[in-house]
Write a protein that binds this ligand. Structure first.
Ligand SMILES: *Cc1c(COP(=O)(O)O)cnc(C)c1O
Length: 433
């Protein structure tokens, strides 16, 4: 299957109808457990010697198809674990790499919940975090790496300002220091970017957003490419031989022994998914699979419309600035050409010249086609003021570093007729005159 192209894989990868009563649409296995039948089969399942399903908190045949499909959509990936939310994906990936110790190196441009988890979740452990002040300069990452830094965590296209970081340069720095690069690729989706191609070791998603694309599900995913050397001395958690990994013959085994190609997601499945329990419901896995069937068509249309809306906003007298790599004065043109030849996503931000609070409120409430809500990547177009909503968790100094201000308005462009979207914004501009 892997020689097939992206648009074919997104419809077929990981699913063989003959193994599922010839069902054309991936069946929803709405079951808690799976019968063990024989003690031999039971032993194989409980000792990790069979990949079949045992209990839906750990795996489920509907979700297995999703894991396999996501893996196929990321050439180079060796495995995936799908979870109940994007936040589960972010925190499980960081819990796995830090194992209670060391430092996370990240940027102020992270998703608000991700950023806040550094204090509210990892603050309860010995894990600390450092923030790169100027992520546009890869050497700033290197300057902040300390002896006990365990990971660099970045987003490939940031929200709300659609900045692009130099993934390859940052990956090289991480690897020089023996640490992995985790990339949150939510805004880009695998249609626009495969971060493994540029050195990412682990990729995380909120599948809630563009990946599923219909504003009807909360889901997340973690993928790995099996290349990072977790045995370099900094990550003893992968070398340990916990009692639950012992073989049927009683021989102690490490995560590498049990999951040779997927030690990172294997450990997450065996520990974080198993004991923290953020399992995705089979019905939600089905919805994500359905969304992925039209990923390319949805993202390419929304990106084209976003570019038209950037041009429209730049032509308006009442607009002070527009942030998106397609904007005329964007400093991200070269990075966009390298990483995003198909377009740099459908999220953009802008500011009004008349930027008092009352005018912004009037504008947000004047739109009729755009929906005022806290989500991105929906088939419907969305609008919001991030400073007091989606990014409210960030302190004032971090907001400033992230370039998020009280007058920042974010748009997430969906699939409506772009002329209707432009007309909707036009009448909102008239309303604030
Ligand atoms: C939404 C989002 C998350 C969190 O995902 P949920 O599915 O809402 O839990 C993480 N990262 C990014 C970039 C996001 O946009």
């Amino acid at each position: 299957m892997s020689q097939l192209s992206f648009d074919t894989l997104k419809l077929h990868a990981g699913y063989n109808p003959a193994e599922h009563n010839h069902a054309v649409s991936v069946p929803i296995y709405q079951t808690t457990a799976f019968t063990l039948e024989t003690v031999k089969r039971s032993d194989d399942l409980f000792y990790f010697d069979s990949a079949e399903s045992l209990y839906t908190r750990l795996s489920n045949p509907t979700t297995d198809v999703l894991d396999a499909r996501l893996t196929a959509l990321h050439p180079g990936a060796t495995g995936a674990v799908t979870l109940s939310s994007g936040m589960a994906a972010v925190t499980y990936a960081l819990l796995n790499v830090t194992a209670g110790k060391g430092r996370i190196l990240a940027t102020a441009r992270s998703y608000g919940g991700t950023f806040d988890s550094f204090e509210q979740i990892f603050g309860d452990t010995s894990v600390q975090y450092d923030i790169v002040e100027n992520p546009d300069d890869p050497s700033d990452f290197e300057k902040r790496i300390q002896d006990d830094t365990k990971v660099i965590f970045i987003e490939s296209i940031t929200n709300p300002n659609a900045t692009i970081l130099d993934i390859e340069a940052i990956a090289n720095i991480a690897h020089k220091h023996g640490i992995p690069l985790i990339v949150d690729n939510t805004v880009a989706t695998p249609y626009l970017l495969n971060p493994f191609e540029f050195g990412a070791d682990v990729v995380v998603y909120s599948a809630t957003k563009g990946l599923t694309g219909h504003g009807n599900v909360i889901a997340g995913a973690i993928l790995e490419n099996g290349k990072f050397n977790w045995k370099n001395g900094k990550f003893p958690q992968f070398d340990g031989k916990p009692h639950f990994l012992v073989s049927q013959q009683g021989v102690p085994r490490s995560f590498y022994d049990v999951f040779p190609e997927t030690p990172f997601t294997g450990r997450i499945r065996a520990i974080h998914l198993n004991y923290l329990g953020g399992a995705i419901a089979p019905f939600n896995s089905y919805l994500v699979l359905l969304g992925i069937e039209t990923l390319s068509e949805r993202i390419s249309k929304s990106v084209q419309s976003a570019e038209k809306i950037v041009e429209f906003l730049e032509s308006r007298e009442d607009v002070a600035w527009v942030n998106h790599p397609h904007a005329k004065k964007s400093p991200y043109k070269a990075l966009a050409a390298k990483y995003f030849p198909k377009g740099a996503g459908a999220i953009l931000s802008f500011g009004l010249k008349k930027n008092d609070r009352e005018t912004i409120i009037k504008f947000l409430e004047a739109v009729k086609v755009f929906s005022f809500q806290a989500n991105i990547g929906d088939a419907k177009s969305l609008i919001i003021n991030p400073a007091t909503t989606t990014h409210i968790e960030l302190s004032d100094s971090i907001k400033k570093l992230a370039d998020i201000h009280s007058d920042t308005i974010r748009l997430s462009i969906g699939l409506e007729d772009v002329n209707d979207l432009i007309a909707d914004l036009t009448q909102a501009f008239e309303a604030i005159r």
